[in-house]
Design a protein around this ligand. Structure first.
Ligand code: CDP
Ligand code: MG
Length: 150
């Protein structure tokens, strides 16, 4: 099973969408490995988005991420990185597939309500930025036998 890092961004927290977003991942059958509400520091936000350093939107993006609390989570499932990205939809919510989280709940790329890792390597890195090893809970997800073929 693969793990991916998801963050519910400050706009979604302010708009009361935390529950709806988490619910979608639960309903799909993902196992939640870690979950916390937190106020990101500048340092953490810059580290998380380090690939974007130098882009014209970088400063605005970091300001946005630290503008209020976020909900950070790690979810696990078969092909979790790609499946979670499909569920989120593309960066520009108006152009995302109908039915995705971003299409259904957001309007513009500057406030697109959710982050999800884009590769297994980035997932590992981002999980390490936001969570300590002790915060990752390895529990038995009994629903898995009803979700995946052996
Ligand atoms: O989040 P995603 O992986 O879909 O997009 P990204 O290209 O990795 O960009 C990271 C985040 O930066 C996006 O989710 C947007 O919130 C923001 N961004 C922006 O505000 N303006 C851009 N031109 C590109 C990205
Ligand atoms: Mg990205």
């Amino acid at each position: 099973m693969e793990r991916t890092f998801i963050a519910i961004k400050p706009d979604a927290v302010q708009r009361g969408l935390i529950g709806q977003i988490i619910e979608r991942f639960e309903r799909k059958g993902f196992k939640i490995i870690a979950l916390k509400m937190m106020q990101s520091t500048r340092e953490l936000a810059e580290k998380h988005y380090e690939e974007h350093k130098g882009r014209d939107y970088f400063e605005r993006l970091v300001e946005f991420i630290v503008s209020g609390p976020i909900v950070a989570m790690v979810i696990e499932g078969d092909n979790a990185v790609a499946v979670a990205r499909r569920m989120m939809g593309s960066t520009k919510p108006q152009e995302a597939e109908v039915g995705t989280i971003r299409f259904d709940l957001a309007q513009v790329k500057e406030m697109n309500i959710i982050h999800g890792s884009d590769s297994a390597n980035n997932a590992k890195r981002e999980i390490g930025v936001f969570f300590s090893e002790a915060e990752l809970i390895d529990w038995e997800h009994n629903a898995e036998r009803w979700l995946y073929e052996k």
